[in-house]
Ligand binder design. Structure first.
Ligand code: KIV
Length: 260
């Protein structure tokens, strides 16, 4: 099997989608997507919270277990939730253990400063770590909302440095979220590890989207970088309408759909 580092050297882009549940994991298991992220965005998409701060290690482990059961053949990355990697080493390791025992083969954590030693400790302990820079949603309150990051030269320098520090600490890949195309390109070209972009333009080594966003399953929220590759919300609404109508009219169930 090719590793993500091989993809970096080739023209082949890495594809990653989020997933939080068993039945969509089964669909992804049969798809050509390279890896699955059990993102803490599940707190928003699956549970309706306004941001990812509500996600806990237990919640992430529960979703990771369901995804693993549905997608046993995929490379699964489990997101370390808000503050789970900012306390003691023991607490961070406890969270990593929950995610890995639930079926993750790697963990992702947001930011760089303050946890480079943890990244190094994890990678030296045999845990592959994915970094995440740019718009790191767990810092939404510090950013004052979900906003494009690294627009100014100083912030771009910091982004470059953080990316190199994470690579140095042992990260095998890096998510770049909501940063201008040009700086995403610069970071991508300056690293040996691959970058996976979301709202970071076309020059990253791969792309990630939230599954429900790209399916057009949630229509109340569509950032500029999301493309609807399907219109699943409409299909579901129509199916529910047809079900209701057929039950009312007596067209469902037929004798073929009943037991003699
Ligand atoms: O939680 C998530 O879905 C993510 C992606 C946006 C990369 O971190």
């Amino acid at each position: 099997m090719k590793s993500v580092l091989d993809f970096k050297k080739s023209d082949r882009k890495i594809t990653m989608l989020t997933c939080y549940d068993y039945w969509s994991a089964r669909l992804l298991n049969d798809s050509p997507v390279d890896c699955i992220l059990v993102g803490d965005s599940g707190a928003m998409v699956m549970h309706g919270y306004p941001d990812t701060v509500a996600a806990t290690s237990e919640l992430m482990a529960l979703h990771t277990r369901a995804v693993k059961l549905g997608a046993p053949d995929r490379f699964i990355i489990g997101d370390m939730p808000f503050l789970s990697f900012r306390g003691s080493l023991d607490k961070s390791l406890d969270c990593v253990m929950q995610l890995m025992r639930a079926g993750a083969q790697a963990v992702k954590l947001e930011g760089a400063a303050g946890h480079l030693e943890l990244v190094q400790h994890l990678t030296e302990s045999g845990v592959p770590v994915m970094g995440h820079l740019g718009l790191t949603p767990q810092s939404v309150h510090a950013f004052g909302g979900f906003k494009v990051q690294a627009k100014e030269a100083k912030a771009q320098q910091k982004l470059l440095k953080d990316a190199k520090d994470l690579q140095e600490a042992g990260c095998f890949a890096l998510v770049l979220e909501c940063v201008p195309t040009q700086i995403a390109r610069e970071v991508t070209e300056s690293l040996d590890i691959p970058t996976i972009g979301i709202g970071a333009g076309p020059h990253c080594d791969g792309q990630v989207l939230v599954l429900q966003d790209m399916l057009g399953a949630q229509t109340h929220f569509k950032p500029k970088f999301v493309r609807h590759f399907a219109n699943v919300a409409e299909i579901i609404k129509q199916a529910i309408q047809d079900f209701s109508q057929d039950v009312q009219s007596g067209a469902f169930p037929t004798p073929q759909e009943s037991y003699a």
